[in-house]
Write a protein that binds this ligand. Structure first.
Ligand SMILES: NC(=O)c1ccc[n+]([C@@H]2O[C@H](COP(=O)([O-])OP(=O)(O)OC[C@H]3O[C@@H](n4cnc5c(N)ncnc54)[C@H](O)[C@@H]3O)[C@@H](O)[C@H]2O)c1
Length: 340
């Protein structure tokens, strides 16, 4: 039987989720839900889904829903995930896993006690280009990796933080953090995927420049991996230039360099005076999302642990929360020892 899905939250990135579900033979979207009923009805028509709704709690009571896909504001990730797991649903929840460590830990516990799958939507792990970089590193093509750099520097228009649907981003309690939590989380997920866990983190916040924001718009982060390798990241929503970059990164090794071209995203390897580039097979901007959704269904059907389960993605959240603590206290923070 097909797994029956309710997608909750029909904002910007919901398209990637809806199109991802629609590609699968072993899953079907039963209902599209948004607190704005007109939006829900419009999206249901647009994507050919028979039913729309406005109330998440109604979905929890339905026995014909197996999976709840949460594409909603950050402050709702934890309460909605926990309620859905307790109602016997498998849960796919957008990043960040939660805005607080205690909430993320509660989500992990609830997934364990209910036996339902809980996966965080972190598409970079499923992106073929990032996987290419991982293969290059794992096959020892650049020798021992000793330094990682990454940039997420771009400009986000003010409207993205205002209005009925996206106004939650302008509320510090609801969004939980700024550019680092919302965008830099992908860069840190790449860092951890390629070079492993992070031991120490330091961060400095730039003076805030954007009145429509109540969270940081620019932050510099340095860190040390458990391997001893170092990391450096620059993250901004306020860089008013045409050369915006999202998840560009470089990994420097004792025998070569790999990374992504900031503009094209192509993965390169430079070694022995040679420069090689790859554009891995991609079927568009949502490639990572499509593969992530398929992975989730495979994990449910084969009873496997998702690669980006809440345990894994809480490790990235912890680095971010520790970076915020560092910026507040002007000192490096040990990530394992970080407590709220
Ligand atoms: N993986 C990625 O590349 C990526 C990209 C963008 C956003 N995201 C994440 O996806 C999530 C959603 O972001 P977005 O940009 O799609 O959202 P958005 O801000 O564009 O829209 C949010 C939607 O949620 C709806 N909503 C709010 N409260 C609701 C509720 N209680 N019940 C049902 N619907 C509700 C709003 O009406 C709105 O339609 C966030 O966690 C964000 O960080 C991920």
């Amino acid at each position: 039987m097909k797994l029956r899905v309710a997608v909750i939250g029909l904002g910007k990135i919901s398209e990637a989720h809806i199109l991802g579900w629609k590609r699968l033979d072993d899953a079907e979207i039963k209902v599209l839900v948004d607190s704005d009923g007109a939006r829900a009805e419009g999206k249901a028509q647009e994507y050919g889904v028979a039913e729309s709704g406005t109330d998440f709690n109604v979905i929890l009571e339905r026995s014909d829903i197996d999976i709840v896909d949460l594409v909603i504001p950050h402050h709702l990730h934890a309460p909605y995930s926990i309620a859905a797991l307790k109602a016997g649903k498998h849960v796919l929840v957008e990043k960040p896993v939660a805005t607080k460590l205690s909430d993320a830990e509660e989500m992990i516990k609830t997934a364990e006690s209910t036996g339902k799958k809980l996966m965080v939507a972190e598409p970079i792990r499923f992106n073929p280009t990032i996987q290419r970089a991982a293969t290059i590193i794992n096959e020892n093509k650049i020798g021992r990796a000793f330094h990682f750099t990454t940039r997420g520097e771009f400009y986000v228009p003010p409207l993205r933080f205002q209005g009925t649907h996206t106004g939650w981003r302008g509320d510090a309690e609801k969004i939980g953090g700024g550019v680092l939590l919302e965008s830099g989380i992908h860069n840190l997920a790449i860092a951890r995927f390629l070079l492993g866990d992070i031991e120490w983190v330091s961060a400095f916040e730039a003076p805030r420049t954007r009145n429509e924001l109540t969270v940081e718009d620019t932050i510099s982060v340095i860190w040390k991996f458990k391997t001893g390798a170092t990391g450096l990241g620059s993250f901004s929503w306020a860089t008013r230039w045409l050369n915006g970059v999202g998840t560009a990164f470089n990994v420097f090794g004792t025998e070569g360099v790999t990374g992504s071209d900031p503009q094209t995203g192509r993965i390169f390897l430079e070694k022995d005076g040679e420069h090689i580039e790859w554009t891995d097979a991609s079927d568009g901007p949502y490639h990572g999302h499509f593969a992530e959704i398929k992975h989730f269904v495979d994990c449910i059907k084969q009873n496997k642990t998702p690669a980006t389960d809440a345990v894994e993605e809480t490790k990235t959240l912890k680095v971010i929360l520790a970076a915020y603590r560092s910026a507040q206290q002007n000192k490096p923070i040990n990530v394992d020892e970080f407590r709220e």
